[in-house]
Design a protein around this ligand. Structure first.
Ligand SMILES: [Zn+2]
Length: 491
């Protein structure tokens, strides 16, 4: 039997959930389009993030440009060090990522930040050959993943880049936002949007792409006040899933313990880890399948003092969905230096450069993981048991036949609901076939209009997860859908 990853790819392809961008023209690897169900689910994941992360943190949002001037990336360090180790086969000329090749052979994680020489040494030691033709591999090179652009008629190369992460516009605009937002530190600023990386070898559909969406929050704070956290007491008994350095097993550690045992830098970071984990519990991911993996110094980004990768166990193994980074004052300091603009703040007569804690969530991987873990089977047919608030539609309206006024009645029911709910109308194929399709797409309620409906103004509602059915008045549907949204049982 195919594993969950393959099953989801098949379902995505059959039902147009996601598919390669511009497929009719021969698509570029690592670019994906999302169909109607996926765009609805993704929008709802973003809504959930707004509720559980942005609002919970008291964050404000911004929307920055995708294209930014070169200087931004001189300041961020991306032009110098944002590179993956590249090896080219001397025989077939195919390119590969050295770290991924070694990972495939050695079955262990290889930090991408190792030196070129170290990669060459490891490739030689382990006698790694080209996976496509068996040819010898050339020397490792570092390949910069920035996507460069020329803006306006310029002659001398790239003067701008597509952003490789959404946070840089937050750092570059920090002072403007700080001065106008009327918020004292800690000030969390969030942004959802596209980012771009010229990956050497995009793979595993949505798991490694060249264009992707991030939901990022950068929390600016005074490092002296890292233990001032109003919400800490409220969540101190919440159990974080931590995989600590040097330990094999994931442990349940309360927010209070994480702070007391100095596993984190302070009360605020302990709370911020709670905010991250809680969001994923609301996505329907069970605690057993999640962990924060503490990163060793050589595996962390060079600016990070403390890093917790939030990972979820999928059919492809543990998958990183979030980087939680204590970025210190690195970002504002270097943007200050390169721009010549002072980015320090003065609060309570103290002048300092704020420190930053980052919660950087990948939407595409969150979307993929939420779907994979919600996917099961009933009678050998796919069933997508998404939390109702993440379902692509609240309900689908199905006329039993498309004649004798039954279709007209069904369209009236659709009109009654369409402005206040996400509903879809479908009159194609048999009713049984339609039930199966919408079970596979995760739609929690199917509403069937039949000949009886013409007499009694009623309909049959059917539950996605139990296939239970009952008869209700059409006029009751708005209240039923409202109850469902609140999580109440309507059967
Ligand atoms: Zn080759």
């Amino acid at each position: 039997m195919a594993n969950e990853y393959d099953r989801l790819q098949t379902l995505a392809d059959q039902r147009g959930i996601f598919f390669p961008a511009a497929e009719i023209h021969g698509s570029l690897a690592g670019f994906w389009d999302f169909g109607h169900t996926a765009s609805n689910i993704r929008r709802k994941i973003v809504d959930l993030w707004r509720r559980e992360v942005v609002r919970r943190l008291g964050s404000i949002e911004m929307e920055g440009c995708l294209i930014l001037p070169k200087k931004v990336f001189e300041a961020s360090g991306h032009l110098k060090s944002f590179a993956d180790p590249l090896v080219v086969c001397t025989k077939c000329k195919r390119s590969f990522r050295a770290d991924k090749l070694l990972e495939d052979v050695l079955k262990t994680e290889i930090p991408e930040a190792l030196s070129k020489e170290k990669f060459d040494e490891m490739i030689k030691e382990n006698n790694v050959k080209c996976p496509s033709c068996g040819g010898a591999l050339g020397k490792t090179d570092k390949f910069n993943m920035m996507m460069g652009l020329t803006v306006g008629p310029v002659a001398e190369g790239y003067n701008a880049y597509l952003r490789p992460e959404t946070c840089q516009s937050i750092f570059a605009s920090f002072m403007k936002i700080y001065k106008t937002s009327r918020v004292s530190l800690p000030l969390p600023i969030s942004q959802v949007g596209k980012s771009f990386r010229n990956e050497i070898s995009p793979r595993q559909s949505l798991l490694r792409t060249r264009e992707f969406t991030q939901m990022e929050t950068e929390i600016f704070f005074n490092p002296k006040n890292i233990d001032d956290c109003r919400e800490f007491e409220k969540v101190k008994d919440y159990k974080l899933r931590l995989k600590l350095l040097g330990e094999d097993k994931v442990k349940d550690v309360t927010v209070a313990e994480a702070y007391e045992k100095k596993l984190v830098s302070g009360k605020s970071p302990a709370y911020w880890l709670y905010v991250c984990q809680n969001f994923f519990e609301k996505c329907g991911i069970t605690r057993e399948k999640m962990r924060f993996r503490e990163l060793e110094e050589d595996a962390r980004a060079f600016y990070s003092k403390e890093t917790w990768d939030f990972e979820v166990l999928t059919s492809t193994g543990w998958l990183e969905l979030v980087a939680n980074n204590y970025r210190t004052d690195y970002d504002l300091k270097s943007h200050s230096e390169v721009s010549g603009t002072d980015l320090s703040v003065t609060e309570n007569e103290e002048k300092f450069i704020p420190h930053v804690w980052e919660i950087s969530i990948g939407l595409d991987r969150t979307f993929y993981t939420t779907l994979e873990l919600a996917l099961s089977e009933r009678d050998k047919k796919p069933l997508l048991s998404l939390p109702r608030y993440l379902a692509p539609y609240d309900a689908v309206i199905l006329p039993l036949v498309r004649k004798d006024g039954v279709d007209k009645k069904a369209k009236e029911a659709f009109d009654l609901l369409k402005l206040d709910f996400d509903v879809k109308y479908d009159e194609k194929q048999s009713i049984g076939k339609r039930y199966l399709i919408y079970d596979a797409l995760g739609v929690p309620l199917a509403v069937t209009i039949d000949y009886e409906s013409l007499e009694n103004d009623d309909c049959t509602i059917r539950d996605r997860d139990t296939a239970k059915q009952r008869r209700v008045k059409i006029s009751e549907l708005p209240e039923i859908l409202r109850k469902m949204r609140r999580g109440e049982d309507v059967f």
